[in-house]
Design a protein around this ligand. Structure first.
Ligand SMILES: Cc1ncc(COP(=O)(O)O)c(C=O)c1O
Length: 333
């Protein structure tokens, strides 16, 4: 870091090589250490009477209204992942909607036509390539898409106060990413979990200098093309057996290819074959608080198949082949 009184450094040992400078994708955004920190700052500024949040979401997002002391109301989503009618939505309330898996752009568009858009916050943590819609705000969490240790963007016209204190913990959070390179994914797995946990319960801070530098050296256009091509490859192979409500055309650079099946055990089968699929989100319940709630079923039955920029058509064929092999051997209930 340099202050105005310190001349820029020339010479000495090298920084890690990050490749050509490309510039960040969201240059006008407020920069934080995480999406939930961005959400906290927004809520503190806007002070809605209540924030409506989906049952189907990452639990960490509840940290924000707790820290900002905003009352939370929860809502259910239907089989198209669209919010059930909110008869009690008040003029001073806000609503958070998630562009799930980066494939729910149509639902976002519909929401903005049915609710006051200046009260809508779109959580694009799973939709890095979805531009911020014309609404109160959009949130982004770049580490779910790229090899960066943390970070959160907030795109809004609301003049929130940017945090003064800057996060300095990226240097620790980057360690599992280096271990993955050196020793493979299994070796860094528990460290990666710890790195994720270290973002919990933190006050909003400015994005670290390291993360911001890394975000300025990514091939955004190339990654977008690769994600789209990989998504299409999986869709070609699996659309006929996938029960997930996908849009008719390929969404922009989705997080993954969400595959919904009534067959148990696909997550475990894929992991056994070193296709590491996460769970969004274990333990989630809906309004009923029981396992048969739609949200809970979605969490158990939806397998997010990787389609990111690290992979190509050969990898996608392997993933689709494993899925088909498992389905062929297991009857749907
Ligand atoms: C949809 C969604 N929104 C927000 C978050 C929180 O993002 P961050 O860890 O950057 O605060 C998560 C969880 O990781 C998420 O899955």
């Amino acid at each position: 870091m340099t202050s105005s009184a310190t001349p820029p450094a020339i010479g000495g040992y090298f920084e890690i090589d990050m490749g050509p400078r490309t510039g960040e994708l969201y240059t006008d955004a407020f920069r934080f250490q995480s999406a939930r920190a961005a959400f906290t700052s927004l809520l503190r500024h806007v002070k809605p009477s209540r924030i409506w949040m989906p049952w189907f979401n990452c639990e960490s997002m509840l940290e924000a209204p707790a820290a900002a002391k905003v009352e939370v109301r929860r809502y259910s989503i239907d089989e198209n992942l669209y919010p059930e009618r909110l008869a009690e939505f008040g003029p001073a309330d806000c609503l958070l909607y998630v562009d799930y898996f980066g494939v729910c752009g149509n639902q976002v568009a519909r929401l903005l036509n049915e609710y006051p858009r200046e009260r809508i916050i779109v959580d694009n943590s799973q939709a890095f390539y979805a531009p911020a819609p014309p609404c109160l705000a959009a949130l982004y969490s770049p580490r779910k898409f790229f090899g960066v240790p943390d970070g959160g963007y907030l795109v809004t016209r609301v003049p929130i106060e940017a945090p003064e204190v800057q996060d300095v913990d990226s240097i620790d959070r980057i360690k599992p990413m280096l271990v993955r390179f050196a020793e493979g994914p299994e070796a860094g797995h528990s460290e990666a979990k710890r790195a994720n946990l270290s973002l919990k319960g933190q006050p909003p801070m400015a994005m670290s200098a390291l993360t911001q530098a890394m975000l300025g050296h990514l091939d955004y256009a190339g990654s977008l093309r690769r994600r789209n091509a990989n998504f299409e490859e999986l869709n070609c192979a699996l659309a006929s057996v996938n029960r997930f409500p996908l849009p008719a055309s390929t969404p922009p650079g989705p997080l993954c290819y969400p595959f919904f099946t009534a067959v148990d055990g696909l997550h475990e089968w894929l992991i056994e074959h070193r296709v590491f699929v996460p769970r969004y989100w274990p333990g989630v319940r809906g309004a009923g608080g029981i396992e048969s709630d739609w949200e809970s079923t979605l969490a158990r039955r939806c397998v997010p198949l990787p389609c990111d920029q690290r992979y190509d058509a050969t990898d996608m064929k392997r993933v689709a082949g494993l899925v088909m092999e498992y389905l062929d051997a297991h009857e749907e209930p």
